[in-house]
Design a protein around this ligand. Structure first.
Ligand code: MN
Length: 203
């Protein structure tokens, strides 16, 4: 099985003015494509690992042979994180609703408090990485952050929302202003998808 670049569920310009078309195109066709290509190259001599879904490679990262472990972590993580990211973005502004809305209010006190904590997590990630809203093994909502392309699945956390805070995700439009990029992100979250993911996990 060769890993492939997924198609986006919208056009590159549809997230304007929040995410610009040029950044979206480069992010998808260059950055994400490179993770896919390097993951395939890494697995070339490991036919048994080629059969596995990338989510399973991440969950079983500790069983991946030492000589390719870091490459699978970086490129497999890069592939799954970006595939996830595209899915939780929406070209039309959405109101949060459903079970995830109640769960956020119960866990964080209010939506505004959640937004603040999530944004703080994304702001304080030093260097490159991601901030996430995950459902942990105890089915609790948690805000976590990961470095580089580490996937939340490596620690048994299921992501339901995430933001890429690598500079390549925002530098063209926002330069060093990561806070503005994070604020923009909140206008294009696909809450319907986030709620679906949440309901699937908590049953
Ligand atoms: Mn990225």
């Amino acid at each position: 099985m060769k890993h492939t670049l997924p198609k986006l569920p919208y056009d590159y310009n549809e997230l304007e003015p929040f995410f610009d078309a040029k950044t979206m195109e480069i992010h998808h066709t260059k950055h994400h494509q490179t993770y896919v290509d390097k993951l395939n190259a890494t697995l070339e001599k490991y036919p048994e690992l080629q059969e596995k879904e990338v989510s399973d490679l991440m969950r079983e990262i500790n069983q991946i042979p030492k000589e390719i472990n870091m490459a699978v972590r970086n490129h497999g993580g890069g592939h799954i994180n970006h595939s996830f990211f595209w899915e939780i973005l929406s070209p039309t502004e959405q109101e949060i609703g459903g079970e995830i809305s109640d769960a956020i209010n119960e866990t964080f006190g209010s939506f505004e408090e959640f937004k603040k904590k999530f944004s703080d997590s994304a702001m304080s990630r030093f260097g490159s990485g991601w901030a996430w809203l995950v459902v942990n093994a105890e089915l609790e909502l948690k805000i976590i952050s990961t470095s580089n392309q580490d996937s939340p699945l490596m620690e048994g956390n299921n992501p339901i929302l995430g933001i890429d805070v690598w500079e390549h995700a925002y530098y063209l439009k926002y330069q060093n202003k990561r806070a503005d990029y994070i604020a923009a992100f909140f206008n294009i979250i696909n809450w319907k998808k986030v709620n679906e993911l949440y309901e699937e996990i908590v049953g």
